[in-house]
Design a protein around this ligand. Structure first.
Ligand SMILES: Cc1cc2nc3c(=O)[nH]c(=O)nc-3n(C[C@H](O)[C@H](O)[C@H](O)COP(=O)(O)OP(=O)(O)OC[C@H]3O[C@@H](n4cnc5c(N)ncnc54)[C@H](O)[C@@H]3O)c2cc1C
Length: 414
């Protein structure tokens, strides 16, 4: 059985990029469909930190107050933990950027944030298809059709076809798939795989967000909502394989490799004293999550008449913790352009050009700065070199946070 419904826009994916775009379009009177494959609330591999420069946008999206009520403490210090080194410095403030109503960033679990955003999109009038996976996009004259499949026990074989002139790909970048906007599968030794967990009862200073540097990877820790510590990291595929082999257990002559999560956790605890101190006596809150490989880089923002937002359009190394900000801002930028443009293919082409120029103007420094920092950390002896540098010049951490875009206001909002 199949059914067909028509909208002004179809948004694939209900992460921050998709909901920001959908909710802005819906507030401009567009009829919007959001297709999301997971059931919410859902946890996600992410450090969950959002810089204060996004607060004006969260207010515009009408979730600013809920975010302020729910998010963890203000992060006033940035740190660097590697081996025995624990250095900290002030988070950049008004000295580096324009004064904001909310001075400092905070972290909010993605289970909470993404649900708040999706509820706001629903209240704005967006129609939500969830849990449903978009499995194909094809042309239908001046429109596109998107085939979606319901997920879940009672969904049977039911297929729904959605039709709209505007398609927004907001499905992230870490999963390959059949859509023309999805990336090809990759499997290289240098791939970076993402891991994340929540712990309760940690002793990390509540206003500190340290960058973690360890052989084969990098990560971060921050206190989020409800006393949960969010720890997340990226580790090279070949390093992970080595750790799993070397630290596996052997019983009755049979070698059993360590689980990926256990290998990552042991590696973090052994290679960063700051992590083992902060997690001494802390309890794991549910299981570790894994994702990836991550795909840092800049991609086309508009291709084959499909708009891309968030990670689908481009992604910085998460070493700078700016992905949610970029996703929220890209969704909003695109929706603003679309809402003011004439309909039809020529209008979409023009929006595509303007949106791509705005995206690159706003984000390219972040993407390249993050790639440079990641290259240093992942290079031979990188963590030790950076540790020596920041021990002598801790202000480099403040400067690095500033350069990563943490004080850059969203244009048109401040
Ligand atoms: C280790 C790590 C730590 C990080 N820490 C931070 C941090 O502290 N701060 C920060 O700002 N950023 C951080 N990031 C980056 C951040 O998580 C991403 O940049 C952000 O989630 C991108 O948002 P998005 O909306 O583009 O995509 P996503 O958040 O990935 O959302 C995509 C959505 O699309 C859905 N979807 C996918 N395919 C389909 C389909 N075919 N049909 C329907 N639905 C689909 C998915 O279920 C998902 O809900 C981190 C990343 C990693 C790996």
């Amino acid at each position: 059985m199949s059914s067909l419904s028509t909208h002004d826009a179809i948004v694939i994916g209900a992460g921050p990029a998709g909901t920001s775009a959908a909710l802005t379009l819906a507030r401009h009177g567009w009829s919007v469909a959001i297709v999301e494959k997971s059931t919410f609330p859902r946890r996600k591999v992410c450090g969950e930190y959002i810089s204060a420069s996004n607060l004006a946008l969260l207010d515009r999206l009408e979730i600013g107050d809920a975010w302020r009520v729910n998010a963890g403490p203000e992060i006033r210090r940035v740190g660097f933990f590697s081996n025995e080194t624990c250095v900290e410095a002030p988070m950049p403030d008004a000295k580096y950027g324009p004064p904001a109503k909310d001075g400092f960033g905070r972290a909010l679990g993605r289970d909470v944030l993404d649900t708040l955003l999706l509820q706001a999109a629903r209240s704005a009038g967006a129609e939500i298809f969830q849990p449903c996976r978009a499995v194909a996009i094809y042309r239908d004259g001046d429109m596109h059709r998107v085939r979606i499949q319901a997920r879940g026990e009672n969904s049977g074989d039911e297929t729904t076809i959605l039709r709209a002139p505007v398609i927004v790909a907001a499905h992230g970048s870490w999963e390959p798939g059949p859509l023309p906007s999805q990336l090809e599968k990759t499997s290289r030794p240098s791939d970076l795989l993402g891991f994340k967990a929540h712990f309760t009862g940690s002793t990390l200073a509540p206003d500190l967000m340290p960058l973690l540097a360890f052989p084969g990877g990098y990560g971060g820790m921050v206190l989020a909502d409800h006393g949960r510590l969010s720890i997340s990291c990226c580790i090279r595929r070949d390093m992970l394989a080595r750790l799993r082999r070397n630290h596996g257990s052997g019983h009755d002559g049979i070698e059993s490799p360590l689980s990926a999560a256990d290998a990552v956790f042991q590696h973090l605890m052994a290679s960063c004293r700051g992590v083992s101190d902060a997690l001494d006596g802390a309890r794991l809150d549910r299981r570790w999550l894994a994702a990836g490989p991550i795909r840092p880089g800049i991609r086309a923002c508009y291709e084959k008449d499909i708009f891309r937002v968030g990670n689908a359009a481009g992604e910085s190394h998460p070493i700078i913790a700016e992905g949610i900000s970029m996703a929220l801002q890209a969704g909003w930028l695109l929706a603003r352009e679309l809402a003011g443009a004439p309909s039809g293919p020529a209008g979409r082409e023009a929006v595509g050009r303007r949106y791509q120029a705005a995206w690159r103007g706003l984000f390219w420094t972040r993407v390249y700065a993050a790639a440079a920092i990641a290259r240093m950390v992942l290079g031979p002896g990188g963590p030790a070199l950076i540790a020596a540098a920041v021990r002598n010049f801790p202000q480099a951490l403040t400067l690095g946070a500033h350069m990563s875009g943490k004080t850059r206001p969203v244009p048109g909002l401040m």
